[in-house]
Write a protein that binds this ligand. Structure first.
Ligand SMILES: CC(C)(COP(=O)(O)OP(=O)(O)OC[C@H]1O[C@@H](n2cnc3c(N)ncnc32)[C@H](O)[C@@H]1OP(=O)(O)O)[C@@H](O)C(=O)NCCC(=O)NCCS
Length: 214
């Protein structure tokens, strides 16, 4: 799948390139403490994705085979983070999943919230995808705010779902399907029409997520 450029006054999304390696490496190492608690890791090899060039190569391979769309987020002319669409499948599922990060100095400006909205709209309305999923660790208050602000719908708790920062972590999963947002996710958010209560997490799931899986 070709990588489009998606523009908003606050953030431009464009396809990641190998020549972004240096800028991403600098951001990732400077913001290590900010990002590490949320970073996906590899259980068997005990590796962290700290080789930026190979990680970009992997993402570009996914873009080529159509299973991913790897973007960088650009704000004021600088790369401030990444937003990766992965697990893109078509056919009767027509679904994908989203992951993202921004540098700490760019946090709180609404950049990732707009980026998630734009890319979801692109995949729903330009590429015909039906469902977008975001899974978040219970402790990640900032990321939980993104799904709430955009009106993603809570789907449930997945126990020990993704290997994060060296261990299997529970995740709360949220989704949107295209018929919920016919006028677009970005427009709904910017016009203040997103229902934040859609992302509400039942007390029982909070209790489960705080307790060990037995
Ligand atoms: C989660 C994350 C991507 C949010 O990106 P963002 O561009 O700051 O998003 P927004 O500006 O829309 O802010 C979302 C929430 O972050 C929190 N936030 C705002 N400024 C913040 C700051 N300086 N530091 C920490 N959190 C902040 C607020 O709760 C905010 O919600 P609000 O708008 O209701 O106040 C960013 O915090 C991040 O990269 N964190 C580390 C990596 C990560 O957690 N990735 C997601 C894994 S699921």
């Amino acid at each position: 799948m070709s990588l489009p450029t998606l523009k908003h006054p606050l953030v431009t999304l464009r396809g990641v390139r190998l020549r972004d390696t240096k800028a991403l490496e600098t951001a990732l190492s400077r913001d290590r403490a900010w990002l590490e608690p949320w970073e996906a890791t590899t259980p068997v090899l005990r590796l962290t994705p700290n080789d930026t060039k190979s990680s970009i190569r992997g993402l570009l391979k996914q873009a080529k085979d159509g299973s991913g769309l790897p973007f960088v987020m650009v704000h004021d002319g600088e790369i401030v983070g990444q937003l990766n669409v992965s697990q893109i499948v078509y056919g009767s599922l027509s679904s994908a999943t989203l992951g993202y990060w921004v540098v700490e100095s760019a946090a709180g400006k609404g950049i990732t919230t707009r980026a998630v909205a734009m890319v979801t709209d692109f995949l729903f309305f330009e590429r015909g995808l039906h469902r977008m999923e975001i899974c978040i660790k219970p402790e990640n208050t900032a990321s939980l705010r993104i799904v709430a602000k955009l009106g993603f719908r809570y789907e449930g708790l997945r126990r020990r779902y993704i290997h994060i920062n060296g261990r299997w972590a529970d995740h709360f999963c949220f989704a949107l399907v295209s018929e919920e947002v016919r006028g677009g996710v970005l427009a709904r958010f910017e016009e203040g029409r997103a229902r934040q209560d859609a992302a509400a997490i039942p007390d029982l799931d909070w209790v489960k997520a705080r307790n060990p899986l037995t």
